[in-house]
Design a binder for this molecule. Structure first.
Ligand SMILES: Cc1cc2nc3c(=O)[nH]c(=O)nc-3n(C[C@H](O)[C@H](O)[C@H](O)COP(=O)(O)O)c2cc1C
Length: 210
């Protein structure tokens, strides 16, 4: 089986986590903004998404990711790795959102406690983080250096997981699929849905997938 690791990063720690995972799996590691060829994607069985939690942007970020992968996630095991300071509790619901979008692929998720170098943040980021601190009641302090051993541990768990996995059969292989041309949501059925459950656009924006 072939794997690919994609990541998004602002301050570099999600990138380091992604690289440690990719090194362990001996596979390609790319920024989610890097365009890649459809032919390339179709040969990857395992897709590993690594991202840092960034408050309200996290939902946008994962949606952006799904848009880029429009209808191309077929026949893949999807693994989501989140990195954050205080969102461990919210992570399962974010992960579930991604799983629902990518359904019916084999899905696994991991969370790593992130780092934060307060002195590297822009004033806008500090303000945003301040708002989250208020909401969560958590004090935001400098969290110190990237925890290499935590990243290694997650990489080992993923490696172990993948040795036990095979390429899943697609139970909907012979069914008609419709893709929302606005957000990339894929619907299975004879007709497209009345409106997109993800972005709310009407039936008309759906295109039949070949
Ligand atoms: C503006 C901003 C907002 C953040 N919001 C969250 C958040 O909502 N939940 C969380 O767990 N971590 C949050 N973090 C912490 C980051 O997820 C964490 O520092 C992560 O390591 C950043 O990854 P990066 O170094 O690859 O950019 C935030 C960080 C910044 C700078």
């Amino acid at each position: 089986m072939r794997s690919i690791v994609t990541y998004e990063t602002q301050h570099g720690s999600a990138k380091r986590l992604a690289q440690i995972i990719a090194n362990k799996l001996d596979c390609l590691c790319i920024n989610v903004d890097t365009p890649f060829q459809a032919e390339d994607e179709s040969v990857y069985d395992n897709l590993i998404l690594v991202f840092g939690f960034r408050g309200p942007y996290t939902a946008q970020l994962t949606k952006l990711f799904m848009n880029k992968m429009k209808g191309k996630l077929n026949y893949k095991n999807l693994i989501v790795v989140g990195e954050g300071l205080f969102s461990e509790k919210e992570f399962p619901s974010v992960a579930k959102g991604i799983q629902d979008m990518a359904s019916p692929y084999t899905f696994h998720s991991y969370f790593m406690k992130g780092q934060l170098r307060v002195d590297t943040l822009t004033p806008e980021e500090q303000a945003l983080l301040g708002k989250f601190s208020e909401l969560t009641g958590m004090k935001i302090t400098d969290m110190g250096e990237f925890k290499e051993e935590d990243a290694e541990e997650i990489a080992s768990q993923i490696e172990e997981l993948l040795t036990g996995l095979s390429v899943p059969e697609d139970p909907n292989a012979n069914q008609v699929k419709w893709i929302c041309t606005v957000c990339g949501y894929v619907h299975t059925g004879e007709e497209p849905p009345e409106k997109c459950p993800l972005c709310g656009q009407p039936k008309e924006v759906f295109k039949k997938m070949e």
